[in-house]
Write a protein that binds this ligand. Structure first.
Ligand code: COA
Length: 329
């Protein structure tokens, strides 16, 4: 019997309609369009303004897109891994809310927290359930409503993040396509440089924490920038070397969309020409867990069966990693 690999059999995506442009931000904080474009590559991002809607709303829209495109029956879904940093609630898990809303009554699920590397962690762990033969349909969704944890008076962070999400359906493949290899890392020593100060069990919400605006992303941007470039480059190089993959062999490089300058620096170190690099940061900013699946969703039509695709990410934690797959359809 041939070895089972876990392959992406379909992708879906969704971003909110409301657009927040750099010019809008100019009216909110001391910044300007030129600075944002040259320093980050971002022109606009989407903001979820639907009253009472959280991350599950984004995830559900993305999954509905996938289900209709792939003609998948909700009852065939066995597991939902929801990669998010902005869950609807501390508990229960957002994955449960998604399953209930969609009627996935044969699925169980859990939330996965690895900040911007979440979708890579999710694909890697989800693939294990397929490779063992345990399951045939696993949804890995990456979604965030970052606007819920952004201080729109902090120009260092509010220009970067946006809302959105996407999803991949993992299925068994018997042709050797799909996920070939991955390498993941984490280092809690990076926590001081990118985190949210309050709202967790160390510092529950209080009047003081709200007044101090501690329920929002805190970031030392320049430090995160350096670690992102070094670690994404190093882990991707190792993964490619281990799989005998040169930059010429590579069909597509799909990096986390944190900053266009990070993407270009990493591509440069890997010697991957920019034509092979998937970039949509100009439209959506950094959607955290949403960036990688939104890239797959938006560029899906350009991928061909057998294409060699490498994904790479870096995020708060610190977390980072890379994953190599052969596109399966
Ligand atoms: N508009 C105008 N000026 C700004 C600004 C803004 N929105 N934000 C910061 N500045 C200013 C700073 O105050 C600083 O001014 P000074 O030199 O007078 O002190 C100057 O611009 C440079 O600041 P710095 O933070 O060094 O800029 P940078 O080139 O590192 O860019 C980030 C800042 C945040 C865009 C960049 O560090 C970054 O992208 N980091 C990684 C972010 C990320 O994606 N993290 C998510 C997880 S991967």
């Amino acid at each position: 019997m041939s070895k089972i690999t876990a392959a992406i059999a379909g992708v879906g995506g969704w971003v909110p309609e409301d657009v927040l442009t750099n010019h809008d931000l100019e009216k909110m904080v001391e910044t300007n369009n030129e600075w944002i474009v040259t320093r980050t590559g971002i022109s606009e991002r989407r903001i979820l303004k639907v009253e009472g809607a959280g991350t599950s709303y984004i995830a559900i829209k993305a999954i509905q897109d996938l289900l209709s495109k792939t003609k998948t029956n909700v009852l065939d879904i066995e597991l939902i891994i929801c990669c998010t940093t902005t869950p609807d609630f501390v508990f229960p898990a957002t994955a449960n809310l998604i399953a209930a809303e969609l009627g996935c009554t044969n699925a169980w699920g859990y939330d996965l927290q690895a900040a911007c590397s979440g979708f890579l962690y999710g694909l890697s762990t989800g693939s294990q359930f397929i490779e063992t033969g345990k399951y045939k349909k696993v949804l890995v969704v990456g979604a965030d409503k970052m606007s819920s944890i952004i201080n729109y008076q902090d120009r260092a962070t509010c220009i970067i993040f946006g809302d959105g999400g996407g999803v991949a359906l993992l299925e068994p493949n018997h042709e050797g396509l799909g996920i070939q290899d991955f390498q993941l890392h984490s280092d809690g020593n990076g926590a001081p440089y990118l985190h949210m100060k309050a709202g967790g069990s160390r510092k529950p919400a209080s009047h003081e924490s709200i007044d101090a605006r501690e329920h929002a992303v805190f970031q030392e941007g320049a430090t995160v920038f350096k670690f992102a470039v070094t670690n994404m480059s190093d882990v991707t190089t190792k993964l490619m070397e281990r799989n005998g993959l040169t930059s010429e062999d590579l069909s597509w490089f799909v990096p986390h969309q944190a900053n266009r300058r990070i993407i270009e620096a990493v591509a440069n170190r890997l010697n991957v020409p920019i034509e092979k690099v998937i970039i949509n940061i100009q439209k959506y900013g950094n959607t955290t867990n949403g960036t990688l699946p939104l890239c797959l969703w938006e560029f899906e039509k350009q991928f061909k069966k057998g294409d060699k695709v490498v994904l790479s990410a870096f995020g708060g934690g610190f977390t980072w990693g890379a994953l190599y797959m052969k596109w399966a359809y």
